[in-house]
Design a binder for this molecule. Structure first.
Ligand SMILES: Cc1cc2nc3c(=O)[nH]c(=O)nc-3n(C[C@H](O)[C@H](O)[C@H](O)COP(=O)(O)OP(=O)(O)OC[C@H]3O[C@@H](n4cnc5c(N)ncnc54)[C@H](O)[C@@H]3O)c2cc1C
Length: 405
């Protein structure tokens, strides 16, 4: 198996590493302790710089101004950008817009693409994705309660959503709602593009998450849809195909997330090792690095990151070769493996930093509180583990591998 990278992606990653180091990491203090709003003009300048460097929208289609990188190459880009919380945003490949781009590109009408896709990829507007509801389990979305009832040439939407990431300031949301209540459970829901200026699209609040409400792109909203009326032409893809489209959105999206998390692992690991080497902990000049327990954390972290990374790149390769359906176990396995590797590595890095790790003078406390959610969104650990285990067990049904003769 050949693990070498092409010259093209090697150069792209080098350019991104340099950009993250020199242009984004210096902004992090303001990002962590100041107002996100004040940072927006600076981030816009950085975005223009990225466009000039022709590194904008790495994973988006070339005909809409993106670089058109394939999943494997974008996985590596996502890892490099993940080292800073602003990386994906500044390079125009941030969630949830990236997933929305993919599904509008695949299922949108010509009119929807001109109206929503083009400005979205250009970075002129933002979007969000509203599936999860306050009162229903996100882990079992067939139980969705939000409805979109057809009235003439309109859908009238009613329901309460929350955790719509980046809804604050978004131009539209892709809303998952029940359009066919009597259909089989996976054919009941549809995706509908709902401009946030539509009467009845009521963004109630930014939800405080781990003590922070955030604002703008860096926030999660609760939204009440109250007799919110949109034309039928806003339906994305065929009616009743919401779950099929959602699955399309999640396959490559999980690669992007896992590689972003591995970028965070890498950054945390760098900080862990640097601090271990420099923190003197006894009068004879010994540093934390001299302690076996710290060495053990470093070895464990290095091995876990390497294992998680190889699994993720393999899953990306499987999606490209065989499609997301065949790769579904690989996708589930990386989802919970990388999310947990992320928690372990951040936790060890934070611990090595002692009191400093808990402050916003270092980035680790931000990673610690912000990335805990990795084990919950895009399918909680338990849900992925159960679906993988069930399929494995099914493959053993009727077999007897205990014939020790
Ligand atoms: C930071 C963040 C960003 C998000 N962004 C978005 C977004 O942009 N758009 C959007 O629509 N949603 C978003 N979500 C919501 C997310 O998708 C849901 O939180 C997730 O699907 C879980 O649903 P739930 O919160 O209703 O938990 P529940 O479904 O109530 O599950 C709660 C817990 O129960 C356990 N559990 C669930 N099912 C099983 C099972 N079958 N067996 C064993 N244990 C189980 C798991 O531990 C799970 O964490 C976001 C969430 C977070 C935290």
């Amino acid at each position: 198996m050949d693990f070498s990278l092409s010259d093209k992606i090697t150069i792209i990653i080098e350019m991104i590493d340099e950009f993250v180091e020199n242009e984004l990491i210096p902004l992090e203090r303001e990002y962590l302790t100041g107002s996100y709003e004040k940072l927006i003009p600076v981030l816009d300048e950085k975005r223009n710089l990225v466009k000039k460097m022709e590194l904008w929208a790495p994973n988006h289609p070339v005909e809409y101004g993106g670089m058109g990188l394939d999943l494997m190459d974008h996985a590596l880009v996502s890892e490099a950008l993940g080292r800073s919380p602003m990386g994906h945003y500044v390079f125009g490949c941030q969630a949830p817009d990236a997933g929305n781009v993919e599904i509008i590109h695949k299922y949108g009408t010509g009119k929807q693409k001109e109206k929503y896709l083009r400005p979205l990829i250009d970075g002129k507007i933002r979007s969000c994705f509203s599936m999860t509801e306050v009162d229903m389990p996100g882990s079992n979305p067939v139980m969705l309660e939000t409805t979109a009832v057809r009235e003439g040439n309109d859908y009238v939407i009613n329901g309460q959503k929350w955790y719509s990431t980046a809804a604050d300031g978004a131009d539209f949301s892709i809303v998952m709602a029940v359009t066919n209540p009597d259909a089989q459970q996976y054919l009941r829901a549809s995706m509908i593009i709902v401009p946030s200026s539509t009467p009845g699209f009521n963004r109630v609040r930014n939800i405080p998450v781990m003590g922070h409400e955030g604002s703008g792109y860096f926030s999660h909203s609760e939204i009440l849809f109250q007799s919110c009326r949109v034309p039928v032409e806003n339906l994305l893809g065929p009616e009743g195909q919401g779950f099929v489209i959602a699955q399309d959105r999640l396959g490559p999206g999980r690669i992007h997330h896992c590689m972003r998390w591995l970028g965070i692992c890498k950054r945390s690991f760098d900080l862990l090792c640097t601090r271990a080497n420099s923190r003197v902990i006894s009068p004879d000049g010994k540093t934390l690095a001299s302690k076996q327990i710290i060495q053990s954390w470093i070895a464990d972290s290095a091995a876990e990151i390497q294992a998680a990374r190889l699994m993720t790149l393999h899953a990306a390769w499987m999606i490209e070769k065989e499609g997301a359906k065949t790769a579904r176990d690989d996708i589930s396995m990386i989802k919970f493996t990388v999310a947990n590797t992320l928690q372990h590595v951040i936790d060890r890095a934070l611990q090595v930093h002692g009191g400093l790790g808990m402050t916003d003078d270092a980035i680790l406390a931000f990673f610690y509180r912000h990335e805990r959610a990795a084990r919950i969104y895009d399918g909680a650990d338990e849900v992925h583990k159960m679906s993988v285990a069930k399929r494995i067990l099914r493959s053993y049904e009727g077999t007897n591998r205990y014939t020790f003769t």
